[in-house]
Design a protein around this ligand. Structure first.
Ligand code: 1GP
Length: 243
């Protein structure tokens, strides 16, 4: 079995929680990679790279710079089919199952294939569900799809299960970058209970309490972008989180 997915599954089984720092190449200066990586929490287990509107050249330069400075697995989290780099270890092959735009259900995926075939990337089929984070986010704007309501837990669970039945290997609950409201613990635990797959949660997490809450509800891997990007992550006194 492929290494990156294998590692995530092994952690899930062992109850070891994972933390990914998300880097948006559009806002990242490659020459600062070393400094940036010094500042991320020592509990970080993965680096995600991607964004909604990144150009391939920026992605390539960012991935190369990060990869040169870390031994953590580097995973592409693409906003469109051009965000592919052989410098990374793996690619989240996302299907935006919360939406009904064929472009993000299959068109972008088909367009990505010629690029992926030129790489050694581990491709991880991922069910990507956009959940309402309280304000319009980039995924909503770019994909022209509506997020699922946080109140409609059964629709969210059914969508995640549809992903499972369709053969996805990971479920990703996304409240959107900079979300006002992260995905609620009720949603996380309902999805975790129903779907026997590693669960990724991201969007709007900016305190160690929110991080713990997501883990306690059943998230296996939490993704944090904005709060690390602008140094605003709030860490409570008693958390073993500071670097
Ligand atoms: C990853 O989009 C999120 O799932 C990142 O969100 O920038 O709000 O941490 P933040």
């Amino acid at each position: 079995m492929p290494q990156v997915l294998e590692g995530i599954i092994a952690s899930e089984k062992a109850g070891n929680k994972l933390l990914a720092v998300l880097i948006d190449p559009e806002k990242f200066i490659p020459s600062t990679a070393k400094e940036f990586l010094k500042k991320i929490p020592f509990l970080t287990t993965h680096i995600f790279i991607g964004g909604s509107t990144v150009i391939p050249e920026d992605l390539e330069n960012c991935t190369k710079a990060i990869k040169a400075e870390t031994s953590l697995p580097v995973i592409l989290f693409p906003g469109d089919h051009r965000q592919i780099s052989n410098k990374a270890d793996a690619l989240l092959f996302l299907s935006l199952l919360s939406g009904r735009n064929p472009d993000y259900l299959i068109e972008q995926q088909v367009r990505a294939v010629p690029l992926i075939r030129k790489t050694q990337l581990e491709v991880i089929p991922t069910a990507y569900l956009l959940i309402d984070g309280g304000k319009e986010c980039a995924v909503e704007r770019v994909s022209k799809t509506r997020p699922l309501s946080q109140n409609d837990i059964s629709e969210i669970v059914d969508t995640a299960l549809a992903g499972y039945y369709a053969g996805k290997k990971l479920i990703y609950l996304e409240a959107g970058s900079g979300a006002l409201n992260p995905v609620s613990p009720e949603i996380i635990s309902a999805v975790k209970e129903a779907v026997d797959l590693p669960l990724i949660v991201g969007g709007g997490i900016r305190t160690s309490e929110q991080l713990e809450e997501a883990y306690n509800a059943g998230a296996d891997l939490v993704v944090i972008g904005t709060a690390f990007e602008n140094g605003s992550f709030q860490c409570s006194e008693n958390t073993a989180f500071k670097n």
